[in-house]
Ligand binder design. Sequence first.
Ligand code: HEC
Ligand code: HEC
Length: 250
Amino acid sequence: MKRLMMLSAAALLSVTWMSSQVMAVEAVGDAGKGRVIFEQGFGDDVPACAGCHGMGGMGADDMGTPRLAYQVQKYIWKQLEDFAADKRMDNTMYQMNDIAKALTEEQRRDVAAYVHTLKTPFMGSDLDQMRKDGEEIGVGYKGQVIVEYGIGSRGVPACMSCHAFHGRSAGNMYPAIGGQRYVYLKHELEAFRLGNTTKSSDDDAARDNDPMAQMRKVAATLTDEDIANVAAFLTVARPATSGNPSAPRR
Ligand code: HEC
Ligand code: HEC
């Protein structure tokens, strides 16, 4: 019996080892070169990304910037391509389009590879402080219901079905949305919702760069209250919990 247990432990270990080999993701660029761009910028037209996204790449609510740290690298790369081609408009600071254009294609890959490697300790938005400052913040547990189950009667799908447990990402085209900044989450969901009726080339508050309008169709089902609620849950949703500890796939 004891021997059997040892055997199955060894089998389990080798399965874990194999899956970690399969899950290792190839870098889309040179993270070392990307780091220099992230920390110092490049030439006259590219300011250091860290100036707005923070040294650890955690984003900031007062600037409306997103967390980039350990985001899916293919997703980051795609966004930089979309900004460079004006397929996605940055109406927050009107800078991302110019910055992405000023980088070469290779540099966009390098910086995407770098931010993905940033393993800054998890830190969502400080909702208590934002409430104290008088901001209206959604109700987290109501948001959790939407993330995990959706709202069948109104056709709201469970965010988890594409973005995985606690929004920790299902890899490749599906970004991590758990642990993202509250202000940024709200802004993007409103932008996707507007993108259902308005092109981003007509109104830069609209976002319509999601493949097959997947995210726009979801956002169309959300009320302002739903958006605030999911953002309040997601910003503090951790990628791994004791009940669901497996590492996120990227
Ligand atoms: C002047 C401030 C500023 C600087 C400098 C800046 N960003 Fe941004 N970035 C923003 C803002 C604001 C947004 C959100 C835009 C929006 O809401 O559409 C953003 C969004 C992004 C996104 C989209 C992330 C997502 O989750 O979809 C990426 C990727 C990004 N920035 C990468 C970079 C990189 C790489 C650099 C440096 C080369 C950089 N940024 C420099 C302000 C900045
Ligand atoms: C059918 C699949 C699908 C479902 C369901 C879904 N999403 Fe998405 N979502 C996507 C895809 C694909 C993208 C990436 C768009 C892109 O590449 O620009 C995305 C992007 C996002 C973004 C932008 C992330 C960033 O960093 O800018 C947010 C926020 C988001 N989703 C929130 C949600 C929420 C909240 C729900 C549930 C109410 C949800 N999603 C349900 C497919 C989905």
